[in-house]
Ligand binder design. Sequence first.
Ligand code: ARG
Ligand code: ZN
Length: 885
Amino acid sequence: TLIRREDYLAPAFWIRTVDLTFDLEPAKTLVTSKMQIERNSAVPHGPLRLHGEELNLLRVLINGDSVSFRQEGHELIIEGAPDADFTLEIRNSCAPEKNTSLSGLYTSGGSFFTQCEAEGFRRITYFLDRPDVMAVYSVHLRADKAKYPVLLSNGNLLEAGELDNGRHFAKWHDPFPKPSYLFALVAGDLVAREQRIRTRAGKDHLLQVFVRRGDLEKTEHAMNSLIASIVWDEARFKLPLDLERFMVVGVSDFNMGAMENKGLNIFNTSALLASPATATDADFHRIESIVAHEYFHNWTGNRVTCRDWFQLSLKEGLTVFRDQEFSMDMAATPSARAVCRIQDVRQLRAMQFPEDSGAMAHPVRPDSYVEINNFYTATVYDKGSEVVRMYQTLVGRAGFEAGMKLYFERHDGQAVTCDDFAQAIADANPGSALTTRLDAFKRWYSQAGTPHLQARGSYDAEARTYTLTLKQSTPATPGQADKLPQVIPVALGLLTHEGQALPLQLQGEAAAAGTERVLVLDQAEQSFVFVEVASAPVPSLLRGFSAPVVLDDGLSDAELLTLLKHDSDAFNRWEASQRLALNRILAAVRSGAPLVLDAAYIEAMRAVLRHAELDAAFKELALTLPGEAYIAEQLDVVDPQAIHAAVEAARLQLAQALATDWAEAYEAHQVKAGYAPDPVQSGRRALANLALAMLVLNATQSGDSVWPGRAYQRFKDAGNMTDRLGALSALVAAHAELAEPALARFHALFKGDELVIDKWFALQGRTPELDGKSFARVKQLMQHPDFTLKNPNRARSLIFSLCMFNPAAFHRKDAAGYVFWAEQVLALDAINPQIASRLARVMDRWTVLAEPYRSAAREAIARVAAKADLSNDVREIVERALASE
Ligand code: ARG
Ligand code: ZN
């Protein structure tokens, strides 16, 4: 059934406290729940309806007496609940070891874990499983001591001790009222890295990172990241750690990255464990950002939570924004900050833009859903973060911090809405560009689709004026035909053709206000007139990507080259490099003619590569061609093979034309110092790896064996995973003969390390091999003894890599890729609907595919939809896909 935002009703009852007792056994766990409940006098009198799924109900007592109840679907209904406050006691059992959905209570590697967001708590016991019901939890865990020596839950440990028959117990109490989705327990044979810290406020805290025996040495980076996050949140937002104990636990079977359960964050091991030998620079960076993200949720999510799941971006958009700001502050130098921003925008364009133009397009605050797990999306997270960033752009950094302060003063301990957040930021900044347009600004929450922003400038030499005309429109999306103008902050500068920054003075102003400023577009079309402009300028628009829009600035190649050389905004410098490449690739795809790179472009790229001052990390980003998904976004009809062919042609020509420069860059960017995943070292490694890939590609084409041989040697001798995987992927992409022994060697070397074996599968799944055989390779790897659909990381590593990140192998004229997709969606759905439905989303944009892909895609989607007993998760996705035609 469809749940609508406008149908929100406050709960008929409040649960104030809950005492949970668990007798943990893998086959059958007994749960006893004692709840203090009161009626919500603000809503009409009605029955008590508790959520429960996959449970075995054993008894129901109200104030100690049995009571009549009935079960309807996933609800337990009690008509005769008293008017006065009462105690409800429920006893039920569940089956953790049979729980392959990894939602609720389940086992992984012989230990117990929980995942309750969004609606997993109802798979543990009957409850008002909705985020606006907040209770104080006491948890009593009992389990076999030898098998489960560590017993954890939220909050503080009150007591622990021995029981008969080799069992033991632990009692936990969380003093903060919380919604059920933040409940967690862990029981298993785990070890912890521990660290005591004293925060600025002078309080002592115990930090613990729990992992399986043997993984302890891979937890140092996570612990350091946690400490850095605590320090940062206190400094930037004055938000302290509010618990004596803060625990982080790793688990190998997990549906997402991590989960912010109060005081007991649970992490996918892939987002937690790192060592130089087994994790790449990107892994180190991702771990730092996810550890920070979950920690930051303690305030943005836990202390102030969501009234209902439509408000999910209230906590997710804000927390992504906070983790992005944290990563930028950790990066320290202006150029490393820009690299962070570029990576975040690249991610947004690769994942969120396609989502916003496909079958699943939805506003940052969705209006309806069938399965809420389908809405943990790039739109809610990443576009949501861009919306929060626009608040900061409109009210300034200090104004934003004042708004956050007011938000917590008003709402600490409450379950609130996105409107409450907007109001707090606005009220703290009276008269600001945000506050005077608040209603219009909030369209960012209600309108789906990526706005298109067109900018055209005209210079009047006689009047010395430059008129910039901005026009916007937002495309129709499913269920939303007409859109109103958005409030779009446009950060900009004007450059002379020689690259000098021009002072910016708008008509009517007494003097120029610096060389960079923010214009606010809030109409469908507006013109801004700059005066005292000495010469025809080159506009540098949307600096730092100041709004999540598609910009059409109509700039010529010459103007883009000026920006690439001179713009003081590193983001726009990078953007110019991408636009130059994109223009050429799109021209080739549209015309069907083979792509031939021109000298101007090649020389510009050579200049970037040889530049004396630019950082290696920036060079690597500027020299990496736009992603195929982003290119597809620019086209009305998408032929994935044509896009891939154009990108490959461009890569090969860059490899050939810059061969000696690549070789020099490779030598010049070797890292001699001991491994550290910092921006400088990782930038050097990234550029060296790109150079090596280009050198191997060029050598293979020209029949030369020196660089492939060097790549193999580097693969063998590498002192860290970034270099090893870089060399291996260069071989897999371009040198079949050396790729085979290298892959075999890699597997043998790391066969005991599941996270590295995931990389081994993923590399083979996502690399388009020169002879087009990666599809066959994936089919073969499905039979590999290490492959299993049951572990989400492993399923993702092979299947998602192919279907999501390897368009050239996936979109086949014989439709075999889509047949494979349908089979895997159905197979996964029987095991884990959340993972299946994520895979189903691969077909979001099937309607824009060229023939024969389009018809074949429709047939594959219809085949999945025809299955009778699909999960709600997958059904919602495939039905929306079919309806989008
Ligand atoms: N709240 C978690 C995080 O952002 C993710 C939970 C995802 N839940 C889900 N049902 N998909 O850190
Ligand atoms: Zn989150």
